[in-house]
Ligand binder design. Sequence first.
Ligand SMILES: [Ca+2]
Ligand SMILES: [Ca+2]
Ligand SMILES: [Ca+2]
Length: 314
Amino acid sequence: MAMHRLNLLCLTMCLLTHAVQAQHLGHSEYQNDTYQYIEQNGLVVLEAEHFATQHQTTQRKWFRFSQASPPHPFADSDTLHYANASGGQYIELLPDTRINHFDPLVRGENFSNIPGKVAVLSYPVWFETPGKYYVWARAFSTGSEDNGVHVGLNGEWPASGQRLQWCRGKHQWTWSSAQRTKDNHCGEANTITLDIDRPGLHTINLSMREDGVELDAIALTKDANYHPDEQVLVPTLAPSVSLPHKTELLGIRNYTRIFYAQSDFAVTADTQTKRLSYRTNISRRDAGIRHITRVRKGRGNFPNSNTTWSVTSR
Ligand SMILES: [Ca+2]
Ligand SMILES: [Ca+2]
Ligand SMILES: [Ca+2]
């Protein structure tokens, strides 16, 4: 893959984020460049509130909550649950209009059995170890219609990531890796998985199944027997970053990891014309609508398409 060949490591260009505007909740623009997640010894731990981007928010949207959050204006059947949330923060998918089984079910609005359709979150993660990962998430459920989400990878939604479900552990933060099935609505334990096919950057995705879901943290592990119990886990963060935000690809070779870029790209240098060609393929780095980066390619204008183009080298 292009990124693997080039060993581009940009710890900063990546997480130029889509601002999740929630001023009425007292949140400012999300600066997630300080949260660069990596796999460590077969384990990834993410704070759910540290998503890089959010898409498809017309019907429902994830909001961050903490002790400092003022009352919010959305339909919601319960109170805030920041106590015992890791990092003191969590996210909730609001408004929550389907509280119980008797409330109207509106597909594509307060329920989606199809993943990737409503309120899609992205979490870029750098993996050293490919393979099968068991996905756990920590949720706070107070009812029967706020306890299911979908898990995806690189903008795709494999069957093994759909319908992550919580049943036990109501009214407290509870980890689950159970996939809801037709015959078991509570889900089969340890069955939500993602296959990381190669080392490098991958994007973990979440999307709505039921509105009102509250999420605190997400964990991915290669250990089939792992169980976080009711623990707060320590996030697996990359070491601190020294390189500045990058706004163009010139000098990109100094960066060896890209957590977020608008596109995949390869680079080849033509020493005779002293031009660098970047081949882009917008497919793997994120899900949903883009326009979420300010990266400028060299001295040229932003390309109008994702086909081959070039920029002038220094
Ligand atoms: Ca709620
Ligand atoms: Ca609900
Ligand atoms: Ca949290």
